[in-house]
Design a protein around this ligand. Structure first.
Ligand code: E4P
Length: 219
């Protein structure tokens, strides 16, 4: 399973890339607004830091402008995945860009029917938002199960299921059990994955007991 970080904070991306566990980055207009940086410069810098797909979202909603924006974003790096909304115009852009070898991430997916459309449009990734579905009283993870099951029945569908709007570690674990290809998580959630109180307690005991030996491995 691939781990992407869902942020436009370059320092957070650098820190997490240093773990060697990061496979890519997703950004969205809200995250870019929060970062307060020039979008094109920021995306180019992220591509220097992370050796994997970097999702950068178009801003327009009409087909010709979205296509032109997508082409401009794709020219930054071959690792850019142009992010388009799951609308008729967005899927049309997806079809055009994918046919020319550009990765496209179809975002704001909230139904299995929409995910089928994204696959038919040749998307490299589809982003179902589990947390936002949970927020409105719908089982977000049930959507991931449906999409994984449907995609597995059609070998010609090469679209990867990119679980988005992940709010806590159990979202990740549930998505992994279902075989989702990718999860994009905020830095705070990625950091939570590492922690367990018994790990901390056990390590404190081992450190204390090692000191009693009076030895040093590196002398
Ligand atoms: C995915 O690409 C989106 O940027 C993201 O996961 C949205 O998450 P949110 O619902 O927490 O804003």
């Amino acid at each position: 399973m691939k781990f992407f970080v869902d942020t436009a904070d370059l320092q957070e991306i650098r820190d997490l890339a240093a773990t060697g566990l990061l496979d890519g980055v997703t950004t969205n207009p809200s995250l870019v607004a929060k970062a307060g940086r020039n979008f094109l410069e920021l995306v180019a810098e992220i591509c220097q830091v992370v050796d994997g797909p970097v999702s950068a979202e178009v801003a327009a909603t009409d087909f010709p402008t979205m296509l032109a924006e997508g082409q401009k974003l794709a020219a930054i790096s071959p690792r850019i995945a142009v992010k388009v909304p799951l609308t008729p115009a967005g899927l049309k852009v997806c079809k055009h860009l994918s046919a020319n070898g550009t990765m496209v991430n179809v975002t704001l997916c909230f139904s299995a029917a929409q995910a089928i459309l994204a696959a038919k449009a040749g998307a490299a990734f589809v982003s179902p938002f589990v947390g936002r579905l949970d927020d409105v009283g719908t089982d977000g993870m049930a959507l991931i199960a449906d999409i994984c099951q449907i995609y597995s029945r059609y070998p010609s569908f090469t679209t990867e299921v990119l679980v988005a709007s992940v709010r806590h570690p159990m979202h990740l674990v549930a998505a992994a059990k279902l075989g989702a290809h990718v999860a994009t998580m905020p830095p705070s959630v990625i950091r939570l994955l590492f922690g367990h109180p018994l790990t901390d307690k056990g390590l404190a005991q081992f450190v204390a007991d090692w000191q009693k030996t009076g030895q040093a491995i590196l002398s």
